[in-house]
Write a protein that binds this ligand. Sequence first.
Ligand code: URA
Length: 191
Amino acid sequence: MQPQSWEALEAACGGCRKCALADTRTHVVFGVGNRRAGVMFIGEGPGQQEDETGVPFVGRAGQLLDDMLKIIGLDRDRVYIANIVKCRPPSNRDPLELEQDACIDWLRGQVALVKPKIIVCLGRIAAARIIKPDFKITREHGLLFPRGGYQLMAAYHPSFLLRDPRRRPEAFDDLKILEAAITRYAPETWA
Ligand code: URA
């Protein structure tokens, strides 16, 4: 996708009616954070609080994401956070393939503008879309997949960690892997 301006991209995304999620949304949830970040996090799609506020990861999962970032000295001002789909799927169901297809160019535009060194997919849905369709989150989280000038990796989705806290030690290991990747590929993140 051709890089355009942030203003043009955000305005076009804000008026998007490419799929039926437009009919039920309160807000388009575009993205948040540092638009020149070396690290970009990609979630699945907005939940209820995100739909109400227009900001990604503001609910309980978002609080946990903030806590996770803090463990490696990061916060929302040092990274960029977006989702695969920008409008809330009703009842928080998984976004349908056709909804993801309709929405993915907005994310492509964001990636083209941010130009991150590292992309962290949060959960299976994002990893399947960004890394490979048959991504196995329990086996392949924490691995780096270099591709097209990016380091791609996946970590457990914070909502999953809220449901299954026994996975938190693995999530901590992934944060340490991310920390090392940042030191190597995006050290300006700490500056
Ligand atoms: N879960 C996501 O995947 N994205 C959000 O923005 C909030 C919760």
